[in-house]
Write a protein that binds this ligand. Structure first.
Ligand SMILES: [Mg+2]
Length: 227
């Protein structure tokens, strides 16, 4: 293995679950989800997918579909879910760090250890043009040799071209690279189609039934990758 590449959202940078939990409590005062409840809800939605079309076939904007589904998972009603999704969209837009702004546990130390082993490290993210500065704000930019942001390249995962773009920049062949991400269809199937090895990052056990190809913490990578 010569290179390890990561997804950003909910892999290196987690959603701000405490903020989302506080927002859920604000909308429905009779219950009090914990940040972890939001984490598990987002992981379940990541597995099952979220609505992208309404009954009439019209496209549902990402924030409405994704955060609406998370809201339903934690027990908000449909009107509250609309407000929850709108608040998440607004917060993501107005905070330069976005809403995926919490460093994953052990992320910085794991990147440093992988770099110390001589591995080349990169990020491939379906993002909005801000992912590189957001990784920098989280203190994760230093060990990254490439950051590919789909908004800037015009190609999104799971399209193999976005993985190949990052590999080209690293000067590494696909079979010598490992991709780590949290969405099975987008990250894992995309990376494998592009010829890379892939591991699913699943800290909330949404894929507990998956016996292989799964890690529960980023630090686990150090055991998986031979020196
Ligand atoms: Mg992700």
């Amino acid at each position: 293995m010569r290179a390890v590449m990561f997804d950003a959202g909910n892999t290196l940078l987690h959603l701000d679950y405490p903020w989302l939990a506080a927002e859920a409590r604000r909308l429905r005062r009779d219950f009090a989800p914990a940040p972890g409840d939001l984490g598990r809800a987002a992981a379940r939605v990541g597995r099952t997918g979220w609505p992208t079309r309404d009954g009439a076939g019209r496209a549902i904007p990402f924030f409405q579909g994704y955060f609406g589904a998370i809201a339903a998972q934690v027990g908000l009603g449909s009107e509250q879910a609309v407000s929850f999704a709108a608040a998440a969209r607004e917060e993501n837009l107005t905070d330069p760090r976005g809403l995926w702004r919490l460093c994953a546990p052990g992320a910085a130390a794991t990147l440093a250890s992988l770099a110390a082993k001589g591995l080349l490290i990169g990020v491939v993210s379906n993002a909005d043009g801000r992912v590189e500065s957001q990784l920098a704000a989280a203190g994760l930019r230093d060990n990254l040799l490439v950051v590919v942001d789909s908004h800037l390249t015009g190609v999104e995962k799971p399209d193999p071209r976005i993985f190949h773009l990052a590999l080209e920049q690293l000067g590494v062949n696909a079979q010598d690279a490992l991709f780590v991400g949290d969405l099975f269809d987008v990250d894992i199937l995309g990376a494998r189609t592009a010829g890379l090895h892939a591991l699913l990052y699943d800290p909330w056990d949404a894929f507990a039934d998956l016996s292989r190809g799964r890690i529960r913490s980023l630090a686990q990578l150090l055991d998986v990758i031979s020196p």
